[in-house]
Design a protein around this ligand. Sequence first.
Ligand SMILES: Nc1nc2c(ncn2[C@@H]2O[C@H](COP(=O)(O)OP(=O)(O)O)[C@@H](O)[C@H]2O)c(=O)[nH]1
Ligand SMILES: [Mg+2]
Length: 192
Amino acid sequence: MNIVDSKFLISCERYSQTCEYEFCEIVFLGRSNVGKSSLINALANRNGLAKSSSTPGKTQLINFFEVTFADKNKLIFVDLPGFGYAKVSKAKKYDWNKNLSEFLQKRKQIKCFIHLIDSRHTNLEIDENLYNYLNQFITDEQEYIRIFTKIDKLNQSELVKLKAKFKSGIFVSNVNKKGIEQLLEKLHDYAK
Ligand SMILES: Nc1nc2c(ncn2[C@@H]2O[C@H](COP(=O)(O)OP(=O)(O)O)[C@@H](O)[C@H]2O)c(=O)[nH]1
Ligand SMILES: [Mg+2]
């Protein structure tokens, strides 16, 4: 089931600025540069919908997008600023973590937390911390999905090993569109 239409809704700095929508929300989380914005673009089949950049930390806002599947059912995608980026001041970074935490914990419309992990670096402490952190407040009505990105950077045997290690993972490449259909099928369950 493909996404046939998509539009940018709004950018917010914090929870108190967010709007109410009638559709389920899917948030994309992960380190800067892991491929969040690129994945949103690949899912929506629209380059440039979410701003993708090779400069870490460029996306500093909570960005909302509305996407429409071929059957007219809709979802909200939320592109979040990456955590653990270097090129912003300490004060700014603290601000962001606080705003982001509040948003993630209070926003009950979030039905699915998508945690992106670079398939070349699967043992980072920062990713483990995010997983543990989310586990503290995710409810039974919310799902956590682990996505391994940039699999085009792995050779065949590395990919086989990774899949064996993380059996419930989804493995994607935004470059050659691997895994995108599988993820779309899963996300379509939340569309209405
Ligand atoms: N090789 C490869 N590069 C990717 C992939 N996805 C994203 N990138 C590149 O990684 C960089 C960061 O991507 P971006 O989507 O901006 O990451 P974000 O900071 O998590 O939103 C950009 O230069 C992308 O072109 C992928 O699947 N494979
Ligand atoms: Mg981004």
